[in-house]
Ligand binder design. Structure first.
Ligand code: FE
Ligand code: FE
Ligand code: FE
Length: 162
């Protein structure tokens, strides 16, 4: 029998779990590579939030009856690799910070798309509580993206030598 929206929902939940797990390993590296104190603090704060997002996902798995199988998010592997490329370019500190912000915003945009979809699927499938939990994370990712824009516009891009 053909698979359904529920199967797709489970698949995407597992994708999110893989993406967040990868980020708990990548964010500490981005924090140590950041030159500006506020950018470093931002990455550290989002690391704490990301760990909490993993716990939220575990709650959602339980609520909707999804087994947390190991499913790798290849997109996040690629986005993290792009961040590592930037750290390997030999940029001066300010330009590297601008690059780290660019890499981090690509990650947040992926997550915003993913959690937007997960919220919509959860609602559609009648999982109102799970939808609320997923929406909390969606909002956290949106705030992180907005904060990165602020950091870039309020200084880091200007400090970077042309
Ligand atoms: Fe996240
Ligand atoms: Fe993915
Ligand atoms: Fe995030």
């Amino acid at each position: 029998m053909a698979k359904t929206l529920t199967d797709l929902f489970y698949d995407q939940l597992q994708d999110a779990y893989s993406a967040e797990t990868q980020l708990t390993k990548a964010l500490p590296k981005m924090a140590s590579a950041a030159g500006a104190q506020d950018l470093r603090a931002g990455f550290e704060q989002h690391l704490a939030e990301t760990k909490n997002q993993l716990e939220r996902l575990e709650r959602v798995f339980e609520q909707v009856g999804c087994k947390n199988a190991s499913n790798t998010c290849e997109a996040m592997e690629g986005l993290i690799e792009e961040g590592e490329e930037i750290m390997g370019l030999g940029l001066d500190a300010d330009a590297q910070d601008a690059g780290l912000i660019a890499a981090a915003q690509k990650v947040e945009h992926y997550e915003i798309a993913l959690y937007g979809t997960l919220c919509a699927f959860a609602k559609q499938l009648g999982h109102a509580d799970a939808a609320r939990i997923l929406h909390e994370t969606l909002e956290e990712e949106r705030r992180t993206d907005a904060k990165l824009t602020q950091l870039a516009e309020r200084g880091i891009n200007q400090s970077a030598r042309a």
